[in-house]
Ligand binder design. Sequence first.
Ligand code: NOJ
Length: 571
Amino acid sequence: MVRSDTLREPRASVPAVGGDLPLDGVVYQVYLRSFRDGDGDGVGDLVGLRAGLADIAALGCDAIWLNPCYLSPQRDHGYDIADYRAVDPAYGTLADFDAVLDRAHELGLKVLMDMVANHCSTEHAWFRAALLAPPGSRERERFVFRDGRGAGGSLPPNNWGSVFGGAAWTRVAEPNGEPGQWYLHSFDSSQPDFNWRNPEVAKEFLDVLRFWFDRGVDGFRVDVAHGNVKADGLPDHHGTGHNYAMWDQPEVHDIYRGWRALGDTYPSAKYFVGEVWLPSQDSLASYLRPDELHQAFDFGLLVQPWNADRMREAIENALRVAGAAPAWALSNHDVHRAATRYGQSQSLDAPPPTDMISAARRTGPTDLELGLRRARAAAGLLLALPGSAFLYQGEELGLPEVFDLPDGARQDPIWLRSDGEQLGRDGCRVPLPWDASRTNLGFSPDGAAPAWLPQPVWLAGYARDAQKADPASTLTLYRDLVRARRTLFGTGPLRWLAGPDGLLGFTRGDGLCVVNLTSRAQPVPAAWPAGRHVVATSTGTDPATLPPNSTSWYQLAGSDTSGRGNQRHNL
Ligand code: NOJ
């Protein structure tokens, strides 16, 4: 099938954004406990991060997004927050945080934190107070407490299920020791949901944001941004699909209007990107209104199989919804790593809309060589797209998912709550390999305690130090792509080219990006813009032909960007 040409103009040009963070930046996601361990306890921390920032800057990134590092009992590794104004001692101190911020800014990196406002931890002072206070009290009104149904209130107030498995309600013992009310938790029972219909909650979060903005933080990734408000009356869920009463309530938008208004009061306005998992990407648009979030992650591309039509469709969808600047990601700390996903058999069934996350957490036989080849090609696609690109730590090393973790080492509440039926997310959170010859593969200083999740022996083969020196490594490829991307593609719109099955091609700015998603070599179609030279390729060197499962970037003739500092990367 030959496609028809599609000319896709952006809805608007890339808007300038506060905090000087452009909406087409490259953001490196730091999963702190697995990035780098500075103090030798086997857990990544802020001192380790500070030492590793230069490597992130050397990759050419514009910003980091730091997963939660607040005080937390770590039942969901920081997504269960006990104090929003304190750093967890496992990660360091507020002074260590400030040192990270200063060093990042010195290196030209913006710093985004993670705001978790749907829920906190059962260890949070407000929740502890709520447990000691009677039903109907001001303390309980900050959360979603309800009487149970059935005899003696022994059944949950409604039939909602938790995202992590099991019921979304847990019963408390009242101060007199009697079984009492139930509280809502969309996730683990250690993560009680806030009652966002209570203005005290809204006020508290504005104050928390101000606390971090005043320290110099440049913005936030907003955790489950579609979650905070629940439908009035908490109606039962009918059917097995998406529970519309639990997510995406109209009132949720007031929260982001308030946050945006606060962020915009700073001389360098602050930036927000939302995590919004919804059955239809179309619903993202309402979070991107001019007075709400600047961006929301597009997960439509992440969950696609290795198939040209499906990927193109996902890209077109995202551009339609988010205009010129979607926020793309191919991996994060919640899904299996791309090098593994693309090495698994590729079902062309659309992921059930309510089950987007599971679609990116499949098990089964994996061809890792094929997966890495495709992941490298996918990086070439990702980094050529208009909008911002979020890179999850370790992607730049081509890391696969670690499936061979001992059961006893697994810590994800998804694993624990499903009694081991679902592997959960530990396999994409294994501490990074920095130097194969050192303690914990260089993740920790010499003589350190074992890494918090065991690193399999084979992980040594992906160590950063060896990749740095290897022109054919995945790290070198990422560095070349990130550096070349801005000068080659600029802020130009994406224009698809008509081509044969399995080949994606588009021009943007001064560049041409061609992705071969098939398992056979394919020539660049003769009808496509001529007079080009290769700027970067994920595999191979022949400018006229794309090897199987590869991406090449070309500079178009007559678009000499060398005067603007463009570099050639003939790999
Ligand atoms: C989404 C986060 O990315 C995930 O890691 C976390 O477990 C849930 N939200 C709950 O906060």
